[in-house]
Write a protein that binds this ligand. Sequence first.
Ligand code: 2M8
Length: 465
Amino acid sequence: MGGEAKHLEIFPMMNQPQSNPDQEDNGKLIATAKAILHNNIQGKFTKPAPKLYPHQWNWDAGFIALGYARSDFRQACNELTALFRGQWANGMVPQIVFSVQNVGKYFPGYYFWETHGVPGKPRNARTSGISMPAVHGFILNRLLQLAPDARAHRPFFQRMFDRIVLLHQYFYNYRDPEREGLAFICHPWESGMDNLPSWEEVFTQIHFEASEVPPYERRDLDHVDAPYRPRKPSYDRFIYLVNRLRQQRYQEPEMWKDYPFQVQEPMFNAILGHSNEALIELGQWLGRDTGQMREWHVQTNKALNSKLWDDTKGIYLSYDRVHQRHIPIATAAGLLPLLCGAPNATQSARMVSLLQSPSFAGTPENPAWLCPSTALDEPGFDPCRYWRGPVWINMNWLMFHGLNRYGHTELAERMRTDSLELVRRFGFWEYYDPRKNLPSSQTPYGYGSNQFSWTAALTLDWLGA
Ligand code: 2M8
């Protein structure tokens, strides 16, 4: 049986009719997407972008693995293997595993993080000192479904399963001190959605002297214009937090005692929850005891609802556990508990109507591509600035699966077609302007890095290539 036919069995949603007039166009998209991934390969792993991100990033590696799953399964496995070389003894998988070849090309680089010699950090990998969303469980499960010969790859799946369980143990042991079922993030970079207006709300509560921000020089602005990237005050705060962590030599749990940024975020926990479910399935296949994962899964879903659901807005919100307050900002991340099955039918219906409302979909006069990262009517919304409003393909991909899970297949399909249309019209950008009606002279539409790896990889996954 060919790879394509097998794929159609597993993902019936993606079964495209033969007469699709976009077939030829899809062929070009597929070829370009594959070339992008190929060009971004750096030894054993694939960089997120040619220049802006010259190392291996944590959740990028997961999405990127899917881009290889059908055409080069070995490379798909390499991506995860390379990332987990950076796993710390306590289970933490770092946000970045640095490539020795690209020293000095990204800030903050390995030396800035000062993780060298930190107890528990692997000696043979250069890493940052924080983590990222735990996509690896459900990525591994999809790889199992797509493996050309799953039994032959059983040792890989076994190894990765153990590593991922260790990562989940880390989140539940070190990032959930009250044993609520919700892991906290300690830095906006851990959310993957670095510049959400939500983080500003937390930052207004954190006070520090200018002298507590070590001197630094940004490299991102060498590649991307300033209006599309975080502003200086945000960057100062990012660096202030890194400095706090490195001063503590990353020693958990002691360092959390008076650490000011501890946020329970819905997407981060929904991803963890969805990966719990995947680990249960994988564990069954491997003949492992999955009791612990079942407990995690139930508890996380419960806590998402009891603590992060906002019944007035009809969306999940982040909770700042240091300042003990919810952050009342609607973001795409607040819809993503659809992914792990947390919402009940009423909650999911409310989120679906919010997603179709002017808050996310715009109005007939000013329609939007789905899905803006920050709701269009939030004061912090900015259509061009990183995570403040632009559409991200990985968020859409997650949302697509969440919506399908709840039977909202039409809306899921819109998430997919909007994404593919953005890529087709404007190229493989890191993020896209959500406004549909802009005159083409007014904006480049796509922002950040072009030839962006996860945009290419998830396009391939959606097209079954
Ligand atoms: C962006 O984050 C990095 C820091 O981790 C940066 O801006 O320098 C985010 O979009 C993040 O989600 C992504 O993983 C990373 C690499 O693509 O870039």
